[in-house]
Ligand binder design. Sequence first.
Ligand code: M6R
Length: 608
Amino acid sequence: MCGIVGHVGPKNSVEVVIEGLKRLEYRGYDSAGVSFINQKDELEVFKKEGKLQNLIDLLGTKKYISRSCIGHTRWATHGEVNDVNSHPHSANPISVVQNGIIENFATLKQELEGGGYKFESQTDTEVFLALIVTTMNSGKTFFEAVSSSFQRIDGNSAFVILNGDSGEILAIKRGAPLVCGTHDTHSQALVSSDPYALAGVVDRLYFPEDNVLISISGANKELIRFYELDGTPDCKRYLSKKQEMTLETSEKGKYEHFMLKEIYEQPGLVRALTQYYFTGDGVKHLEAVASLKPERVHVAACGTAHYAGMVVKDYIERINAIPCEVEFASEFRYRDPLLAKKDLGLFISQSGETADTLAAQELCQKKQLHTLSLVNVEGSTLFRNCDSNLLIRAGVEIGVASTKAFTQMALTGRLLAGSMAGQFKTDEGKKSVADKFSLLSERIDQLLARVGEIKDIAERIYQRNGFFFTGRGQYFSVALEGALKLKEIAYVHAEGYASGELKHGPIALIDDDMVNIAIVGPELYEKTVSNLQEIKARRGVIVTLGPAGDKILEEMSDYYIALDFSGLEELAPLYVNVANQLLAYYTAKFKGTDIDKPRNLAKSVTVE
Ligand code: M6R
């Protein structure tokens, strides 16, 4: 959700923080702000509604120099989107930014107002600020005030707090992401909600556990110090790792949008995945999951990761003959699901920070299930909390609409299923899957080379009223994912349906302004074609993603995207999905939306 960056060091902190916020804008872009200590040792705060550029414009051409600065990009939870509700929230000398929600904020606010505190904003963050300030006014130190205030709040949050008097930054979290890092030679330290902000700036990362108080200050030889909440120093409750992310991986290059770049990265990533797991560093991880013999598998994930979970379910049930259930993590966590110790809890996530997915993992862990993640971000909370992990190796994904992560999640799930079934004990077993991945990568390459066709179709349909994505069997999950992609970036009404379900209700909506994106694979062909006839009879606009050379289907359709399904078998949905990704991308482009930062969304949903 919100992006947080804090910096202390000899480099100009304001510039470092703004640079970090630029990278984190994908986490929230309702408003942005910074606070820092200026050269006269005064606390200065700048904040502005809207995209980060508005804040940069507000800062203007004047060069602000500071050795200690915190900043924020907001995804609003409490309080409308405006300048006042933007972070940081400040009451001299304290300034606070938050990512998360204070669940008991109303009670605390009432209490603080009763004591005479005057609130300026509608945010829950200001309640935390007020707690710190009133505690300091009662004679406590900055550290004591932050610690005791943090212990009074309920809910999952990460806070970064600047003390304008000392320049010290304190940071703390519960159930929300926080990472800090240092650069030895540059003697600077940063804290952020996302390691991506730290790429190329620090060489060592620290992922603190919940309730560890982190102090970042230039006043001590050690730039970062970790404490327990009671003030005990030298707390070791953190994971430390070398920073490996490079800046090049996070640039758009020749592409207009990150989303497009990420779509085009897929063929290479697909090939690299088998190399990693069959001959590279991933061998031991894939071998480790081979010994898992669960009686059932429970998959919990959200959004695109959930739809990838549906693909993985197909693999596990078919290859392992184990029952596998897939649920939205937000439902799973509150449903009291039937879980047995011999079951496997499988959690799929790009960020590894999705609050609902983390809660589902915690639930399974409590019930003593083995928990396994298919995750992109190494070192993320999900990665750290699970008993074992298979990295999906998608690289940094910046586009808020997830593309390459979907493909990599599903393929890593295919490798998991194969490993549990003992398929990779022999070189032939590995080769047969590696060849199939390689064929998929080739087919995606061929499809990307025909992007013009898809762009033309998008131009003809982008003004239509609504879109139904339909698919049967293994294509149902990608019908759902295709609809999600289109609605989130093109802001049009789109739904995914199992082809056979349309006539049970949704067909009432079909008219000549409704588009049916029909996925027709070689499997269950006749039945799917009959469903298309039903749409045609009601004058719906039909865009078919179907087998190449199928004249009957081509004639029946208004627009036809010819696909070569041969040899792909269970990987075919991932191939079709790339066509859907391109269709969504170009529809959004013709509509003129902000593709990489669609309205109301954030890349990583760290609140419930
Ligand atoms: O980081 P995660 O994979 O756990 O995120 C899950 C969803 O929030 C995410 O897939 C979301 O639906 C994307 N906007 C989809 O494009």
